[in-house]
Ligand binder design. Structure first.
Ligand code: F6R
Length: 604
């Protein structure tokens, strides 16, 4: 996702900002920019695409002597990845960079526009700089104007602002998105949204806390908390290892990404939930006109989220839904009819089979929608409409947070369609929306749970195979659990519908067959339980995952109390992800780059 850097000092500001942005490249971005204030004048550069494009644009620009500068890599959320939408954003005489989402931007923008302000971009960020300048005109005091602006913003943000009205300072604010300041013995100040850009430049770092705002000059660090009380910075020694800084102390990117799911799901939900309806500003309701069927098409993990969606679409939206594995769809001469909405799902937006399937659907005249994590990817460019999942870049080859955000989007989309088709009463939609708001707290990884799974994993390293079993929407979760395990442990694992085991696979049951049983309390509990009992009676080794204690299991992982099966889905998703991770680590495998696999499969 987006990255921020800032610098205040006498060294080569341009190079420091560009180098800092390079250190944030691993987070993924689609455009970048910098603004430098030197001798009372601003210089600003922006470019779409890779940082080399920005480097090229700035090649004749030099910075000598004292200056302040801010830089940003943008991962599009509001508005396409264009130069105009890239940060920093300009007011009359100030620039701003921002990570996060300003939820009340539309209201602020309307007010500013009605007072004659012209907006250049489609972003939520641009309101910050105009609001600041509006407040500055009233108070004539840059800090007061900044503090007032921060109080007027709702949502999540990490903000840096520089202004000609106070040319020796950088103003900052943090709420929900990370931001830090680093110092050294040379009186320089470095800002960044994570450690890596300041490693090698700074000795000490202060991590801002939610609600912090203030300003920093060469000689002063002024931090205020949410109650406007001045507070002392808490400087810690900066660790100097870049790779571990990127991993935030986690052993593997996959582990970090599992832990990030709560935050990225909050991003996925942000601005899309109202009291009793789902808001997808990015799609037009007419997309669903004349549609009586949905066809979902994808590969791998994205296919599993598509399968999960098929349960939600039929249950809540009451719309006929079919599923296609993209590599199969391409060559089986499918019959397509124009009342079908063709939805492709892809983390990368580049998977060759899914892309070709999308081209076929378009060529047959179907309306198309892509659920994707990467704006401007091939699928996003091709489809009629896009919903972005906002998971941020996923580095681990085994997909985790991309899957979690896809499921979140599908749950929202099923309610969006339900509202359009009147298939669910308003109070039921409102209840579902209140459940959606609970997902982030249910996917927060609990230390005790992780510790329990770590210990348990040592009993599941051998044996002749794994069955992950579940019913209904827990069947695609079982498939996903099995896929995770095979990918990174190289052990044989299958996902199976619980009720189908007795039609063949139960013949394999013995103590060396490991069954991972998904037993949600709120969906077909009794039926699923009898299926697991059938396996237990045949001496299969069983690890049950449930809210309800299950005495017939050899091992039991208890999830927290949930008031709906979808919340149980998310809790169990965390358990199967962690189980695969810990088994793989014990087997000594390369968790992030498992053998034979690639992150983006752009070949057939
Ligand atoms: C598994 C995994 C793959 C991808 C599949 C499709 O962990 O990541 O199965 O889901 O290759 O990729 P995308 O979603 O990029 O189309």
């Amino acid at each position: 996702m987006c990255g921020i850097v800032g610098y205040l000092g006498k060294k080569n500001t341009k190079q420091i900002l560009l180098d800092g942005l390079k250190e944030l490249e691993y987070r993924g971005y689609d455009s970048a920019g910098i603004a430098v204030l030197q001798n009372g004048e601003f210089s600003n550069f922006k470019a779409v695409g890779k940082l080399v494009n920005l480097e090229e644009k700035t090649k004749d620009f030099k910075t000598d002597g004292f200056s302040v500068g801010i830089g940003h890599t943008r991962w599009a959320t509001h508005g396409k990845p264009t130069e105009l939408n890239a940060h920093p954003h300009l007011g009359e005489s100030s620039y701003v960079v921002h990570n996060g989402i300003i939820e009340n931007y539309a209201t602020l923008k309307k007010e500013l526009q009605s007072s004659g302000i012209t907006f250049l971009s489609q972003t939520d960020t641009e309101v910050i700089v105009h609001q600041f300048e509006k407040n500055l005109k009233i108070s004539n005091n840059p800090f007061e104007a900044f503090a007032k602006t921060v109080k007027e913003l709702h949502g999540a943000y990490a903000i840096l602002l520089v202004t000609k009205a106070e040319p020796n300072a950088i103003f900052f604010a943090k709420q929900g998105s990370p931001m830090l300041v680093g110092i050294n013995a040379e009186d320089e100040k470095y800002f960044a949204s994570s450690d890596t850009p300041i490693i090698g430049h700074c000795t000490n770092v202060n991590y801002f806390e939610d609600g912090d705002y203030g300003y920093i000059t060469s000689s002063e660090i002024a931090i205020f908390d949410k109650d406007k009380k001045r507070k002392e910075p808490k400087f810690l020694t900066l660790l100097q290892n870049k790779l571990s800084a990127q991993k935030n102390g986690f052993r593997f990117f996959m582990e970090k990404e599992i832990y990030e799911q709560s935050d990225v799901i909050s991003d996925t939900l942000m601005g899309r939930l109202s009291e009793n309806e789902i808001i997808f500003d990015e799609i037009d309701k007419t997309l669903f006109d004349g549609i009586s069927e949905i066809k979902l098409c994808a590969c791998g993990t994205s296919y599993h989220s598509a399968m999960s969606a098929s349960y939600l679409f039929e249950r809540y939206s009451r719309i006929k839904t079919s599923l296609e594995i993209a590599s199969e769809f391409r060559y089986r001469e499918p019959v397509m009819s124009s009342d079908t909405l063709f939805i492709v799902i892809s983390q990368s937006g580049e998977t060759a089979d899914t892309l070709e399937a999308l081209k076929m659907a378009k060529a047959s005249g179907l309306k198309t929608l892509v659920i994707c994590n990467v704006d401007n990817s091939s699928m996003v460019r091709l489809a009629d409409a896009t919903i972005l999942t906002r998971a941020g870049i996923e580095k681990g080859v085994a997909s985790t947070k991309a899957f979690a955000t896809q499921i979140t989007v599908f749950w929202m989309l099923s309610l969006y369609i339900a509202k359009l088709k009147n298939s669910l009463e308003d109070n039921k939609i409102a209840k579902q929306i209140s459940l959606l708001r609970e997902i982030p707290s249910h996917v927060k990884v609990n230390d005790d749970l992780h510790e329990r799974i770590k210990r348990l994993s040592k009993r599941y390293l051998h044996g002749h195979g794994f069955f992950f079993i579940g019913r209904d929407i827990f069947y695609p979760l079982a498939l996903e659990g099995a896929l995770k395990l095979k990918e990174i442990s190289y052990l044989h694992a299958e996902g199976y519908p619980s009720g189908e085991m007795k039609h063949g696979p139960i013949a394999l049951a013995d103590p060396e067959l490991f069954t991972i049983a998904l037993l949600p309390k709120h969906l077909h509990y009794e039926k699923s339980k009898s299926n697991v009992e059938e396996l237990s009676a045949r001496d299969s080794t069983i690890c049950a995952i449930s809210q309800i204690e299950f005495e017939k299991a050899d091992d039991f992982v208890q999830i927290s109390e949930c008031r709906d099966y979808m919340l149980e889905f998310f809790e169990m998703m965390i358990v199967v992800q962690l189980l695969s991770l810990e088994i793989s680590i014990r087997l000594g495998n390369d968790v992030d780059m498992p053998r034979n696999l690639a992150k983006s499969v752009t070949v057939e």
